[in-house]
Design a protein around this ligand. Structure first.
Ligand code: IPM
Ligand code: MG
Length: 369
């Protein structure tokens, strides 16, 4: 029997309630397979700051260091509450970025997936969606503006100024390029490289390295496209994209747009991989406005579990089963309020209800031998 230790970082806002649903799925996966999960909840984010004065406390670092994988809920507070925490201790700067840095999780996979049958979830017209949306956004996650040097001060004219640095070296670009090309090889062998080389020097180097790495993958067709144009095409013709690769900040923005064209950020799970450690998280925020109301969509959290099963534990078939279980809940006309437009004839369910139905569907799936 395989045994895995999983650190559970519930996070803030809706984090704890969608984590409960993810844990239900993990427990069922355990029953269905020759596998045992040791699940260790440990504080992280604003809640951890208020509990122990540190958004990424030592005890959490230790649990994560020892874990085989990390499952993380969303973090963050609303604009007003954020001000109760010193700027550098706010959970994004004080916990999430340090987590990414600590484990060097440079490869962020953000699937943007909507089968044709669920086209009604999307704000896009049916004819634009065509056969459905199936894109893998690959975002570089530990470089660029997020991690570059920052400076603030008052300049010679007495004006407050700020300086942030967008920095990449060729190794950082090469390793994410390799991830992107390998992913393209496993899919349709088409890779959209997203850049802004008409303005940014960082994109000039990025593209040079992409070209160099591309020589090792002659079967992959590379399409270079400016980031602003890519934003437009995501709305006008998302079907042209399969694998997209981009630097950190572009990936932050375009992946939220990905959630937008699906109809909800609640449909955006993700995997963040480093060479030695991986963590899994919804791509969206902690939605403090709906926290505790049992209406959040746990799809992104359960989808992150599916990605963990596949990418950290090699349980590919069971991961597919989890995806199918979620799709089959939708196919029966159920969904959480984020996806239910008035009059759309959707059977509205709550967070817990969604998790329960996923578990029920998963139970029906053939066991993996
Ligand atoms: C994301 C989030 C984070 C980011 C925030 C919470 C710092 O928006 O994972 O996309 O900007 O990377
Ligand atoms: Mg984001």
């Amino acid at each position: 029997m395989s045994k895995y230790k999983i650190a559970l970082l519930d996070g803030d806002g809706i984090g704890p309630e969608i984590m409960v649903e993810a844990v239900k799925v993990l427990r069922l996966v355990e029953q269905r397979n020759d596998v045992e999960f040791e699940l260790i909840h440990t504080p992280f984010g604003a809640s951890a700051y208020f509990e122990c004065g540190d958004p990424f406390p030592e005890q959490t670092k230790k649990v994560c260091d020892e874990a085989d994988a990390i499952l993380k809920g969303p973090i963050g507070l609303n604009h007003e509450d954020s001000k109760k925490i010193p700027v550098d201790m706010q959970p994004e700067r004080g916990a999430l970025l340090p987590l990414r840095r600590r484990y060097n999780t440079y490869a962020n996979f953000r699937p943007v997936f909507l089968p044709q049958g669920l086209a009604h979830f999307s704000p896009l017209k049916k004819e634009i969606i065509g056969d459905g949306i199936d894109i893998m956004i690959i975002r570089e996650l530990v470089g660029g503006l997020y991690f570059g040097e920052k400076e603030t001060g008052v300049n010679a004219q007495g004006l407050r100024y700020v300086k942030e640095t967008l920095e990449y070296d060729e190794l950082q670009i090469r390793r994410i390029a390799i991830v992107a090309f390998n992913t393209a090889m496993k899919r349709k062998k088409v890779l959209h490289n997203i850049h802004k080389s008409n303005v940014l020097k960082s994109s000039v180097l990025w593209n040079e390295v992409m070209d160099e790495v591309g020589k090792d993958y002659p079967e992959v067709k590379v399409i270079n496209i400016l980031v602003d144009a890519a934003a437009t095409y995501l709305c006008l013709n998302p079907g042209q994209f399969d694998v997209m690769v981009m630097e950190n900040m572009f990936g932050d923005i375009l992946s939220d747009q990905g959630g937008g064209i699906l109809g909800s950020l609640g449909l955006m799970p993700s995997a963040c991989l480093g060479d030695d450690k991986a963590y899994y998280e919804p791509s969206h925020g902690s939605a403090p406005d709906i926290a505790g109301k049992n209406i959040a969509n746990p799809y992104s959290m359960i989808g992150s579990v599916a990605m963990m099963l596949e990418m950290s534990f090699g349980m590919e078939q069971e991961a597919k089963n989890v995806w199918h279980a979620m799709q089959s809940v939708f196919a029966q006309g159920f969904s959480t309020p984020d996806l239910s437009k008035p009059g759309a004839g959707v059977k509205m369910i709550d967070t817990q209800g969604f998790g329960d139905l996923v578990v029920e569907e998963l139970r029906k799936m053939p066991l993996v031998k």
